[in-house]
Design a protein around this ligand. Structure first.
Ligand SMILES: Nc1ncnc2c1ncn2[C@@H]1O[C@H](COP(=O)(O)OP(=O)(O)OP(=O)(O)O)[C@@H](O)[C@H]1O
Length: 321
């Protein structure tokens, strides 16, 4: 992708065989009649990560998930799931997709829905699917059309988990769950990832959920990838800087660094930067939280992109595939 920002060199991940990447995109783009929903998107998502997919409304998150889930076809570029082209039928048993609308047959009962899951999926884990449904006190003989929004979501989760996928693609999965169900589902997701090595790619606007759960991030804005990498390399690549403003503006010396966002309040400026060397001793510095980094990038969608470590397929030493 046309990255003008700097890249942080890899510290942990090797180039790895193609299967090491749950997803690998190269120059991926999707154009609808109104224009490009996603463009020039290149990244790798290492297997086993819980990845938050973040971006403003209309950024291209659902489009990316749909391309990975065979719900849409790419206009340009390539996307692979565990080294298999994402549009290939061989990729089908390896992922489960929970879209925003979570379509289920309204006339089916919950039991019939789970039975359908068993018949369609060779690796079906009926005990797990039923456990998830029962934990929400949902009667197995209830028709899907009579369930509340949150109950409907729980059954959709049960279907997705029951499939025992290697990659879970979730589009704002928690949106209509109550706080207890949210907590339970996020616990399930984390258990899946740690116990089975399941990779999760999950879009959400709830930054606190992402901060609690995710160890990896993809940030998109205006159809372009803005951030990709492990939280513990992406977040420390940024610094919060506070100091005295000069003539009501952030000091010119700040321009030596990659400035994501600046604000002036009274006599002081506050900035989030990616330091390109030593920061002035005149300024106070602090490590930002993940939420602070994400909010700054959401407010500044045109900030230079950053892909850390093995996330960047075009970085030196990462171009094995
Ligand atoms: N089927 C479609 N036909 C035409 N345009 C579409 C279609 N689906 C998405 N788009 C457009 O593509 C762009 C990206 O949409 P997408 O749904 O991927 O965004 P998003 O990041 O998931 O947004 P949100 O956070 O609001 O769910 C938007 O401008 C949207 O209007």
């Amino acid at each position: 992708m046309g990255i003008e920002g700097k890249r942080v060199s890899d510290t942990e991940l090797p180039g790895g065989p193609p299967g090491a990447w749950a997803l690998e995109a190269r120059g991926l783009g999707k154009r609808y009649r109104r224009g490009w929903a996603l463009r020039d998107c290149s990244f790798r998502l290492p297997a086993g990560r819980i990845c938050g997919l973040v971006g403003p409304n209309g950024a291209g998150k659902t489009t990316l998930l749909k391309l990975a889930a065979q719900q849409a076809t790419a206009t340009e570029g390539r996307l692979a799931t565990f080294g298999v082209p994402a549009a290939d039928s061989a990729a089908l048993p390896r992922f489960a997709y929970l879209g925003q609308d979570k379509p289920l047959f309204k006339r089916f009962t919950v039991a019939e829905t789970l039975r359908m899951g068993r018949e369609l999926n060779p690796r079906w884990d009926g005990a797990e699917a039923e456990r998830i449904v029962r934990a929400g006190d949902i009667p197995l003989d209830a028709r899907i059309g009579t369930l509340s929004g949150g109950q409907h979501t729980r059954v959709a989760f049960a279907l997705a988990f029951g499939k025992r996928p290697e990659l879970l693609l979730l589009d704002e999965p928690m949106a209509d769950l109550d706080p207890v169900a949210r907590d339970e589902m996020s616990g399930l997701l984390m258990a899946e990832a740690t116990e089975r090595g399941t990779t999760v790619l999950m879009s959400s606007h709830v930054l606190t959920d992402l901060e609690d759960m995710c160890d990896h991030l993809l940030v998109v804005a205006r159809g372009r990838l803005r951030l990709a990498g492990d939280v513990d390399t992406l977040v420390p690549a940024h610094t919060l800087v506070t100091g005295l403003a000069e003539d009501g503006r952030a000091p010119a010396a700040l321009d030596a660094h990659t400035v994501i966002e600046t604000r002036v309040q009274g006599r002081q400026f506050h900035a989030l930067v990616r330091p390109a060397g030593e920061l002035s001793d005149d300024w106070e510095t602090a490590e930002p939280s993940m939420e602070e980094v994400l909010l700054a990038h959401l407010r500044a969608p045109d900030a230079p992109a950053l892909l850390t470590g093995a996330s960047d397929p075009d970085a030196e030493g990462n171009s094995a595939a």
